[in-house]
Design a protein around this ligand. Sequence first.
Ligand SMILES: *[C@@H]1O[C@H](CO)[C@@H](O)[C@H](O)[C@H]1NC(C)=O
Ligand SMILES: *[C@@H]1O[C@H](CO)[C@@H](O)[C@H](O)[C@H]1NC(C)=O
Ligand SMILES: *[C@@H]1O[C@H](CO)[C@@H](O)[C@H](O)[C@H]1NC(C)=O
Length: 503
Amino acid sequence: MVRALLVSLSASLALAATAAAYSWDFVDNSLPEPTFATQTACSRELRGVYEDLSIYAYSASCSLTTNMLPAENNMRQLIVLERQHLEGDSERDIREWNHAVHESLRGLSVPGPYDIADNDSEESAQIRFRSFRGRTRGHHREACTFTPVEMPVSQPKYRVVVGSNCAAEETPYLIDNLPSNTEILPVRTEGFVAPLDSLPKDHPIVLKNRALKHRQALQSLVDQVDVETMEKDVTWLSGEAPGSPFLTRSSTSKQSLEVAQWLKSQFESYGCDTVELMPYQNRFGPNVICTFKGTEHPTEHVIIGAHHDSRGSFLNPRAPGADDDGSGTTMLLQIARIIKANNLSFGRTLVIAAFSGEEQGLFGSAALAKKLKASGTTITMMIQGDMLAYRKPGEPLQVAFPARYHTPELSSLLRNVTELYVPNAVVGTTGACCSDHQSFWEAGFPATAFFERNGPIADPKYHNSGDLVYREGYDFEQLKTSAQAMLASVFEVAEAKVSGADL
Ligand SMILES: *[C@@H]1O[C@H](CO)[C@@H](O)[C@H](O)[C@H]1NC(C)=O
Ligand SMILES: *[C@@H]1O[C@H](CO)[C@@H](O)[C@H](O)[C@H]1NC(C)=O
Ligand SMILES: *[C@@H]1O[C@H](CO)[C@@H](O)[C@H](O)[C@H]1NC(C)=O
């Protein structure tokens, strides 16, 4: 099955003449559309069908006994590993990745989160995690093991399905043992995926799209997105600014907590009603959650997210993550700055969430989505900004919405908002995957994401220790464009007010 990603041509026509070197007819044939079903049987649920591979999730009390996995392993989790599709990928690159994944998994076991004695320093724990292979320690729980599932087809080779004897929250260290291009598509054992089929006709998102019109007062806020302050923030996060302490923002590093504390202090300075550090996973830095309480519909929540954690090259301790996702985190700070500078309030409750644990499999966002689901919270929309600043030389400024794991009516509204308020951006679609909006989408909330490019990832420093600000292709005009589109979207849906009056 081949799936073409077609760029929105209506928006690009005006720019086509100036972007002659740029080809729009790329085809992303690596990403067959998954189809989801909810076939709730006693013990398992069909979670996705990729070509002729069916992926099932099992409740935590079940062991996996499908012909896909050996029954004796008492599997508690299925994990789908995917090679992130990069522009220019060859068949050979994909085969090599597949081989590297199988080699990494051969005989690998990583400790559950409770193996490390509480007194260990963070550093020695890190070393221990890396060198730990299939041993158990004293009274601590056994290590998690991984069994690759034989795929029933020889193609495609960019996706490997793995079974584990541990639950999702016990295996976040798996990613550290895999090649850098590997994404985990979380297929969790608990909390079955229940995305919305479509939004009801009277949902605020649907109603807004029908009544949408340009407002100059919102445009003047969009126009305040400022490159100078974003440069200051993103270089602090990436460790490039003089005095920045950050070598890495990896979720499992001690610096992850320091990053979270720094973000908390920034949000506090921007006058959030509350700022919370939200721990959720042993030895991970916490999520940082800033809230502006709604004045008219305080129970209706609009969430804007990005992830503050980063990944470097395989086994390299430097992880500047300037694009992934220093750019999104900087966008969050920029929005908070503009809220403060204009004394804005909101009709709906606005939540600005900087997640950790994204790289390990969306753990931080999953924890928040689960909490909000359990408390019955109304979420009008959740949007994520992940990788907002890379612009391939010669390409126009762009805003891309995801081709999968999103709520189409929401993406449609935000595409319209973007075209109204950021007319210089070419708006399109990407197959790039995955980010924190997926946690909310899985939980049945309307969710989507913003990405820097139409088509596959082109950033050559993706998941690389060279993901710096000061390098070719890191472009503040692109970051500004992405941040403007997200600011317009969130202010539109949260219903921003200046000094208490509607825009
Ligand atoms: C941690 O250190 C304290 C004091 O040195 C000791 O009493 C305790 O047993 C240690 N805990 C673990 C889990 O090793
Ligand atoms: C919004 O987008 C949809 C298609 O995605 C279109 O049908 C609709 O007319 C648009 N609305 C506005 C106000 O642009
Ligand atoms: C800020 O807005 C609030 C209403 O939300 C208003 O009461 C207050 O006077 C405003 N402050 C300034 C400095 O404009």
